[in-house]
Design a protein around this ligand. Structure first.
Ligand SMILES: [Zn+2]
Length: 325
């Protein structure tokens, strides 16, 4: 492996403090532990630096979430409730603070990329929880409380003036909250490849949805039938995804990096291999350099089969690090 590139993993041991109640809940603190262990001890160890996040501020969160949701979330936590709206959205006493720290990771990632003199030499992966892409402006959804990717994209626009941002989501599930944010937005492109909404949570993400008003043409949903695997994903990336990016000319990428479409992860009926994530990483590295000097931040979303999650994250980062297979 000959490369000058480095991988910065933004993570914090405090993320383990978001308590989803143990028992049957799949979004467990151990998810981040298996990733940290693999990156510290695996084949990428010599290329990985760790960095701590800062919490997102109220005004940064409010780029997407009205203050009424911040108050309701905080009050629910302080009053000792164990979930908000649905048992999927488990909380403990630390959850509000940890969710703000989770949202902050992407902002630190954007800062790192913008301060990188090496142009594309810094690969940033935010290993965070709780995840974000299902979170709607005023309610939690599917383990998500603050929409980490939306908040990062808005920060990139507001702090650094990058207007044309592509949010690319390869989690097994459609990022309904991201689509809500950008449905009528003329500047941000949302691309999601996910299991078809007829068969999968959250039941959104139809191919016919292309965005509304000024956002028309800036949503690309690619729903895949259960059982779909590597070939369908590669065809989508090398076909419609690539051609839309060429038309859109992104100035930065925020990647909703979920790993629950793996064939052994029972959160979806998709059947991706571990190796596919390296292929995805290679393409994203090439495109982020082609279009925008390597400005790309990846933020963890799903991925619930613990050993497989570690494999997939490692492969994805290998693909970003080594564009040649
Ligand atoms: Zn998912």
């Amino acid at each position: 492996m000959t490369t000058k590139k480095r991988i910065t993993v933004i993570t914090d041991p405090k993320y383990q403090l978001h308590d989803t109640g143990g028992g049957e809940h799949p979004e467990v603190p151990e998810r981040l532990q298996v990733i940290a262990d693999r990156l510290a001890g695996g084949k990428l160890a010599a290329f990985v630096d760790m960095a701590l996040p800062r919490p997102a501020t109220r005004s940064e969160l409010m780029a997407f979430h009205p203050e009424s949701w911040l108050f309701r979330f905080e009050e629910s936590v302080l009053s000792g409730r164990t979930f908000i709206d649905h048992p999927d959205n488990q909380i403990g006493f630390e959850s509000y603070d940890i969710a703000t720290l989770s949202a902050g990771a992407g902002l630190c990632g954007v800062d790192l990329i913008e301060q990188d003199d090496g142009h594309g030499q810094n690969i940033v992966f935010c290993s965070t929880r709780p995840p974000g892409h299902h979170a709607e402006p005023t309610r939690p959804f599917g383990f998500c409380f603050f929409n980490n990717c939306v908040i990062a994209a808005r920060y990139w626009q507001q702090r650094y003036g990058r207007r044309h941002i592509c949010v690319l989501d390869f989690d097994a599930h459609h990022g309904n909250g991201i689509q809500t944010a950008f449905d009528e937005d003329g500047e941000v492109l949302y691309i999601s490849i996910h299991e078809h909404p007829s068969f999968s949570y959250p039941g959104t993400g139809w191919a016919e949805e292309h965005g509304l008003g000024p956002g028309k043409g800036k949503i690309l949903n690619i729903p895949l039938a259960p059982g779909s695997g590597d070939n369908q994903v590669i065809d989508a990336f090398d076909g419609p995804v690539r051609s839309l990016l060429e038309q859109f000319q992104p100035e930065a990428f925020v990647v909703a990096a979920g790993f629950d479409a793996h064939r052994l992860d029972d959160m979806s009926g998709l059947a991706y291999s571990s190796e596919l994530y390296a292929e995805i990483g290679r393409r994203l590295f090439a495109w982020s350099n082609q279009f925008c000097s390597g400005r790309l931040v990846s933020i963890l979303e799903g991925g619930y089969h613990l050993p497989i999650l570690a494999d997939c994250v490692e492969n994805y980062l290998s693909g970003l690090l080594n564009p040649e297979p």
